[in-house]
Design a protein around this ligand. Sequence first.
Ligand SMILES: Nc1nc2c(c(=O)[nH]1)N=C([C@H](O)[C@H](O)COP(=O)(O)OP(=O)(O)OP(=O)(O)O)CN2
Length: 129
Amino acid sequence: MFSLTVRDRMMVAHSLADPFFGAAQRLHGATYVVELTLWADRLDQHGVVADLGVVASGLRAVLAGLELRNLDDEPSLAGVLTTTEVLAREVADRCAARLAVGPHVTEVEAVLRESDVAWASYRRPAREA
Ligand SMILES: Nc1nc2c(c(=O)[nH]1)N=C([C@H](O)[C@H](O)COP(=O)(O)OP(=O)(O)OP(=O)(O)O)CN2
């Protein structure tokens, strides 16, 4: 299996409205290092999983739709606990919808690193069945 990964960052504000999260129920900020990986069972005719510039631009565009915002105010995330896991799924879903990848690309994974010691990820099929 081949993979291609690009990395970017996004800064957000949010609160986690569940007593489970203790002090993080209050509004706080997070800067995530975001890694997007495309998985492919073979390479295309150019010997790549995908053009890394195109993938990096796609990830940037997706993060631009989330960053420097209070996620509590985002209509598309209304009522959602925006944990690192949930945001990883959101990024992966949006990237899968945005990137026009070839049929050899089978899966898309987003890893959100909240710090150097904690991160979460979501891996999904590259396209809807
Ligand atoms: N699995 C997850 N756990 C937690 C997440 C998350 O996104 N996924 N998020 C948070 C908070 O938003 C924040 O990142 C950390 O808050 P904090 O109160 O410091 O939580 P900790 O568990 O690290 O520390 P404690 O003080 O021991 O609660 C929390 N968890």
